[in-house]
Each structure stands twice: as structure tokens, then as C-alpha cells.
Design a protein around this ligand. Structure first.
Ligand SMILES: [Fe+2]
Ligand SMILES: [Fe+2]
Length: 203
């Protein structure tokens, strides 16, 4: 190790490369990282996603009767109660994880988060759910309720319309008895433990 000040987060159970720039790395350094990446991700990946969501647990809302955290939990609770598959429940849980941090493109946020681990239908649904939801915005002053018509006829149109109708537009209800986030931990861990599928390079 160099005499640079070491992070207090370094863990004695892990090996650390002694080089501080990627340009200095050789095969030995890459081998250390390759060997430790999988166990690290198995330990940390799902937990970090769950912490991202849980971080907003006590945040206020700007007018809804439940905050975004409860909305996400309610969506997943109702999907689970309806017997939806594990992937669908996890998609429901995370569909608005970026709603505050990334509002205008929060559908893409959750879609990219789950894209390596769930099917194309759910990724498509997540990315567009915010536009499909607009059909439920009656009397909204400045939203195109019919934005979803752009995708009319697409194979995933119906499932996306159903998602927002059953698990999104109505999960802002303080009367819903949502499950604790811990109830979804095994599902999130299972989904993120899959080998990630390859994602094409961006254009
Ligand atoms: Fe949303
Ligand atoms: Fe939502």
C-alpha cells in the first residue's frame, strides 16, 4: 500500500490493490477485483437498492396523503396480494425509487436499475409508466392524458395500462395496510442475485 491515507471503510477481510490509478493497474490488480466482485455484489447490491428506497421512509410529501416511500410499498403490497410474480412485485416496489431524485425521467431510472435482471416487458413498463399514468389525471392543468397513445398496439401496452390502473394511480391511500419493507427483502435479493444480462452500448 502507498502512504496515502487509507479509507476508514477498508475492510481487513478484503484484498486491496496497491495502485491508485487505473492506468497503473496490471493483470494482478484486475484479478483481485475480478475475484472479489461477485461476492461483494452478493453481499451489497440488493442491500444498497433497499437502502436507497428506505432512505425516503420519513420524507414529507408535497400534497399526497402518503409519501413516495409508502406509495412504492403500497404498490408492491397490492401486486403481491394479487399473486403477481416476484419480478413484477419488485418492479412495483422500485417503480418510483427515482421519483424525487429524478422526477422527469424517473421511469427510465427504475427501468435502467432493473434492466439487467428482469424481462423486457417489465423494463418497457417501468420506463413508460409515468406517461401511461397520465390517463388517470382527470382535469390536470398541463399534462397530456393521452400520451400513452404513442404506444397503442405495442405488445406491452396492455400490461403497462393495467399496472398504472391497479398498482399506481390508486396506491396513494393512507387506508392501505402496506407490508413492511422487510417483507420484500428476499424478493429483491433474489432478483438482484441473478447473473446480469448484457446491456447494449448506448448509441
Ligand atoms: Fe411514477
Ligand atoms: Fe407511482
Amino acid at each position: 500500500m502507498s502512504d496515502r491515507q487509507q479509507s476508514r471503510l477498508l475492510d481487513p477481510n478484503w484484498s486491496y490493490v496497491g495502485k491508485a490509478t487505473l492506468d497503473e493497474f496490471g493483470a494482478a490488480e484486475w484479478q483481485i477485483l475480478k475475484a472479489q466482485r461477485a461476492p461483494y455484489m452478493a453481499e451489497q447490491h440488493a442491500n444498497q437498492v433497499l437502502r436507497l428506497l428506505a432512505a425516503s421512509k420519513d420524507d414529507p410529501t408535497f400534497g399526497y396523503q402518503v409519501n413516495n416511500f409508502r406509495h412504492c410499498i403500497q404498490s408492491a403490497t397490492m401486486a403481491l396480494a394479487d399473486g403477481r410474480p416476484e419480478d413484477y412485485v419488485v418492479a412495483a416496489l422500485l417503480h418510483d425509487i427515482g421519483f424525487i431524485a429524478c422526477t422527469p425521467t424517473h421511469g427510465a431510472f427504475s427501468a435502467r436499475l432493473l434492466a439487467p435482471f428482469v424481462g423486457d416487458d417489465l423494463v418497457w413498463m417501468l420506463e413508460r409508466h409515468q406517461y401511461f399514468q397520465a390517463i388517470h389525471f382527470h382535469d390536470h392543468p398541463d399534462v397530456d392524458r393521452f400520451a400513452r397513445e404513442k404506444w397503442r398496439g405495442h405488445p406491452h401496452f396492455a400490461m403497462t395500462a393495467e399496472f398504472v390502473a391497479k398498482y399506481d394511480q390508486n396506491t396513494i391511500d393512507p387506508g392501505i395496510r402496506e407490508l413492511p419493507i422487510e417483507a420484500f427483502e428476499p424478493m429483491v435479493k433474489h432478483v438482484f442475485a441473478r447473473p446480469p444480462r448484457a446491456i447494449p452500448l448506448p448509441d
